[in-house]
Design a protein around this ligand. Sequence first.
Ligand SMILES: C[S@@+](CC[C@H](N)C(=O)[O-])C[C@H]1O[C@@H](n2cnc3c(N)ncnc32)[C@H](O)[C@@H]1O
Length: 482
Amino acid sequence: MPTQPPAKPGFKRRPHGQGPDRRHGGKHGERNKESTAAPAPSAPGYDLRALAVRLVSAVLDRGRALDDALATEFSSGPGAALAPRDRALARLIATTVLRRKGELEAVVATFIEKPLPEDRGLLSPILLCAAAQLVVLEIAPHAVISIAVDQARRDRGARRFDRLTNAVLRRTSERGREILATLPGARQNIPAWMWTRWSSAYGEASADHIARASLEEPALDLTIKTPSEAAEWATRLGGELLRTGTVRLANPGARVDELPGFAEGAWWVQDAAAALPARLLGGISGQRVADLCAAPGGKSAQLAAGGALVTAVDLTPQRLERVHQNMARLQLQAEIVAADVLTWRPEQPFDAVLLDAPCTATGTIRRHPDILHLKRATDMAQLVDLQTHLLDHAITLVRPGGLIVYCTCSLEPEEGERQIERILAGNPDLAREPITDDVTGIDPAWITAAGDLRTMPFHTPGTSPEHGGMDGFYAARLRRKS
Ligand SMILES: C[S@@+](CC[C@H](N)C(=O)[O-])C[C@H]1O[C@@H](n2cnc3c(N)ncnc32)[C@H](O)[C@@H]1O
């Protein structure tokens, strides 16, 4: 269990894994959401901070995925009016809160003397967003504090806490970093169930390493459609060519769709680790390959760019729309099928099958810190059951002699290694095709003793740790003998 110092009453930490924290607002948060859309005039920087608070509240109070909340804000919500730079800062503040909520709550709780009532509107997300700016992002305190006080005043539920907001944040700006340094560190932000699982699977030191890597703001990784042009694109984009072939941009400083090569479909966004499973199929030119659970289509694009005749299958029509859009922009071909993989059966078996199964996604916390707050230990059993049925069916869709790659972006062995042990034990006509350094750039440290791929958020695909980590992925390669 992570050691967490006792929080002051009134800003008591919700034990992780017990559902969204309604105390931030819940029903009241919904009601108060309206009141944070501040009437003009607002101080410079107010609107982006109001957006950050709405994003944090959407995840913590209403259990929404951060990407969904961002999409709503930027398509039809008040966030749509913000300049790209302001959107980026709002997003950074919100992701910092989601990554470091445990530590930030402990810091703020130090300065709250008396228990706070349940009904306090958006006070908690306002304080957390301000604390993130003061102690992590080190933004000058004056504007941060005055805007937070203004936010509290404009929120019906938090209005009566304006003086408390001012006092707590002043003290946070003076002593917050000092208090932060006394806390147990990264593990304080990890739900107990995840920490316990990672410690028992990989040992406490690795669990700590995962927790620390998960606090990092990830780089922007791109897969280049024509791999022989990757070095050229790295130079053009001011990025770095990683040894796995991914081009990494440390700080793109621009919207993705404004970067060179986006409109012409020269590359797509894909984490360096997520780009590895498709490459395990080796030479696929001219082969019929099924990409099962394909949306939004990063792996389908890789397979099509490699010359395969791709059938991309996914259950969710909205997500398949993204596959259509991506393939059109990239000028790549694939047959795109809306179907439940559990029952889908084409007339002909495939030369190869890639199954990127739905999972707890605990390997992607760097990119999706909302996972820390949205996933529950109890989600696992249902997902493992789904993966079991998907894998059982997937192996029947490949011809004798064909390859199957099974992968998940999860750190949990039940969603990776255990699935493969199970399927191999029950199917003597399947054999593991161990992964070696036949795939360029794969580090031997990422390969398990059994010959599967197991990347960790703290593994670097660069030449040194400063190049940043990558998603935690599991992938196994199997061959159907008969
Ligand atoms: C991990 S994501 C896939 C990511 C994708 N392979 C990529 O690289 O861009 C899992 C996908 O599985 C899909 N899915 C979940 N259950 C499914 C089912 N029974 N049949 C087909 N697709 C399913 C979800 O809609 C989701 O798009």
